[in-house]
Write a protein that binds this ligand. Sequence first.
Ligand SMILES: NC(=O)c1ccc[n+]([C@@H]2O[C@H](COP(=O)([O-])OP(=O)(O)OC[C@H]3O[C@@H](n4cnc5c(N)ncnc54)[C@H](OP(=O)(O)O)[C@@H]3O)[C@@H](O)[C@H]2O)c1
Length: 299
Amino acid sequence: MPNAVVMTGYGPPEVLKWAAVRMPEPGEGQIRIKVKAAGVGPTDLDMRAGYLKDEFPLPPNAVLGFESAGTVDAVGRGVTGTSTGDAVAALLFSVGGYAEYAVASIWTHKPDTVSWIDAAALPTSGEVAIRALRQLNVTSGETLLLFGGGGSVGIIATQLAVAQGVKVISAVGEALARELGATPVRYGAGLADRVRALGAVDAVLDAAGKGVLADAIALAGGPERVITLSDPAAADFGVMLSGPDHDRAPGALDETIALLADGRLRLRAHITMPIQQAAEAHRQLESGNVRERIILTVD
Ligand SMILES: NC(=O)c1ccc[n+]([C@@H]2O[C@H](COP(=O)([O-])OP(=O)(O)OC[C@H]3O[C@@H](n4cnc5c(N)ncnc54)[C@H](OP(=O)(O)O)[C@@H]3O)[C@@H](O)[C@H]2O)c1
């Protein structure tokens, strides 16, 4: 039997245990991946702690992880264009990435020039960045204010928007914002005035979820072109909370992995840890001791 990081209940990082599990079988239109690397995201921490158990209930012994990269090990009925041995990066809307084997419905082929680690770090953030920009419908010449511009999603969203000719004002450290082609603005008290001093805002992407919606609405002139990825107060503000249950972004993985392969997309810095240390990875992320993303690796 293969192993996976099993969630033995909701709670602290210690609920994550490396344990034997049944081999997952790909259904129609699915592939099974022999995982080489799996991304850990902020949503995983919230799910493990039980904060999302109403929105995203998990069965007993669930395996977390929305993204992984590896080689195709089996294909389900109806799969075309992909065969065993192919290198892929996958988005796992039904989770299961922290495992030696994972089943995926959405994947893209991994070019040789993209590392397994980068391929595992891309799917969630790449899909969300493309989805949110499409939902906001920002166009060349417009100004986008981005909260969380230094995060995994924000870094990608900044580069994609700048490449489309959008002016990005990014609430993030100055050096990074400028490197990515955005105008930096310091977040925290007084942000709205600092943004107004830079000019009018057409749309806002909140990829931080830290209580910025009142400012966002004031700056965008209403909630219509404000999107948050995680603020639970979204409905109170009449703002769209963009989740994977909304329009997914077809083609997002193909588009972003091609940019990565060409060196035209940069990801948030990440470090690796062996998958058996998933609990320690969660512990370190929660403690705030690690500034980078963590990608779990499988030998
Ligand atoms: N809805 C979906 O489908 C979906 C999918 C993936 C992720 N998410 C959510 O989207 C959010 C971003 O994900 P991520 O992977 O990009 O997270 P991340 O890499 O942890 O980035 C979050 C960023 O927010 C910044 N930040 C914190 N407080 C802020 C504030 N008050 N104003 C502006 N920026 C602030 C942080 O900056 P510092 O480093 O300076 O603290 C950090 O760079 C998370 O809440 C995640 O749960 C949602």
